[in-house]
Design a binder for this molecule. Structure first.
Ligand code: PLP
Length: 384
């Protein structure tokens, strides 16, 4: 019997598919150095777990508002408004099952059949997949000639009258690059003049190693551009909560009705105890700054160590200022590099082709991994 062809035609995201393959290899007793996954190696901080336990003990186990509990939306507002000087209101915020569903609802809320979404490659594959699932047309634009940084010139050349949205992932997965603030300001002006939405995915906004990061919420004239800006964030990376599935979106006024209907008709709302854990995560974040600083310190020490090694060996890579990935060019004349790395050296990374057809000669490795995997990679690289 026939099934939906659009769904059948999209590929499973590579990092997820590889992780499933590795579980299979591990079940056969093989040890794998796992650098393919995009999640912090640290456990969720204890105070957040306690927040959930407290919620369970006080029977916060019933249906909540679809948009999310007011306490969580208030915490999010207060943290963003303090950080960026904005005036976001709890009514602007929608709580979702991780960043991925925040993105899905955002794209589905605005895209109609045939509408185009510009996605800068290398890109997290779900942007294009979700666009296709929503009946839109992903327009993948390579940033290879521009050191993997998007710019307005690329928008000019690739926009058509059907362009409805542009996705900006800042800091970036898989490259770790950060888009300069002046570029972002030019892009939002460009989008505003053409009635195009910019979707800002800032799930790595706390994992930044240099002072250059500018959030969508900090753009010049932000209040003027609010109706063009969709802001996505998540608790997954900042708070080491990948498995909890907690994220959120700030969406423009005209989109809110659609967005709410999508939440109501898919998940009803995010699990109540998880939302309460999110309240604790934010409310007590300040008191746990040292814990977060220590995590960032570990990521950064690894980032610096790998950079040094890559430079010593004259390997090409994209310079990362944020997130916890390296996007590295495969050494010349090495075919099937990623497959060989896994089969011969038991090191799992993600082939660059997963992030854009222009990047088949790259691979992505995460350094937010367990010590054994990290050390396995480093000693292989040293010997290479
Ligand atoms: N956006 C980017 C760029 C990501 O890398 C990820 C996860 O890897 C997400 C969004 C979604 O994360 P989550 O759904 O766990 O919040």
């Amino acid at each position: 019997m026939k099934v939906n062809q659009t769904i059948q035609n999209i590929h499973a995201p590579a990092a997820i598919a590889i992780a499933d393959g590795i579980r299979e290899m591990e079940s056969q007793g093989k040890q794998i150095f796992k650098l393919q996954t995009g999640e912090p190696c640290f456990s969720t901080p204890e105070y957040i777990k306690k927040g959930m336990v407290k919620a369970l003990e006080s029977n916060q186990t019933r249906y909540t508002y679809s948009q999310g509990i007011p306490e969580l939306r208030r915490e999010i507002c207060s943290s963003l408004n303090t950080k960026y000087g904005t005036e976001i209101a709890p009514s602007d915020i929608f709580i979702t099952n991780g960043g991925v569903s925040a993105i899905h609802y955002a794209i589905q809320s605005v895209i109609e059949p045939g509408d185009e979404v510009i996605i800068f490659d290398p890109s997290w594959p779900q942007y294009a997949n979700i666009t296709s699932l929503c009946g839109g047309k992903p327009v993948n634009v390579s940033t290879r000639a521009n050191l993997c940084i998007p710019d307005t010139g690329l928008l000019e050349t690739n926009a058509t009258p059907r362009t409805k949205m542009v996705v900006l992932n800042n800091p970036n997965n898989p490259t770790g690059t950060i888009i300069p603030g002046d570029t972002l300001n030019r892009m939002i002006k460009w989008a505003y003049e053409r009635n195009i939405y910019l979707l800002f995915d800032e799930v790595y906004d706390h994992i930044v190693y240099s002072p250059g990061f500018v959030s969508a919420l900090q753009l010049d004239n932000y209040p003027l551009y609010r109706d063009n800006i969709i802001y996505i964030n998540s608790f997954s990376k900042t708070f080491c909560m990948t498995g909890w599935r907690l994220g959120y979106a700030i969406v423009p006024e005209p989109m809110k009705g659609n967005y709410l209907k999508l939440v109501q008709n898919s998940i009803t709302h995010v699990s109540a105890p998880t939302q309460w854990a999110g309240v604790s995560a934010l409310a007590e974040m300040e008191a746990h700054q040292d814990e977060y600083a220590a995590m960032l310190g570990v990521y950064n020490a690894r980032r610096v160590e790998i950079m040094k090694l890559l430079q010593e060996k004259s390997w090409e890579y994209i310079h990362p200022d944020g997130s916890f990935y390296y996007f590295i060019k495969v050494p010349q004349n090495v075919n099937d590099f990623v497959t060989d790395l896994l089969n011969t050296h038991r090191i799992a990374v993600v082939p660059g082709i997963a992030y854009g057809k222009d990047f088949a000669d790259y691979f992505r490795m995460s350094y937010a991994v367990d010590d054994v995997s990290y050390n396995g990679f480093v000693s292989w690289l040293k010997k290479y």
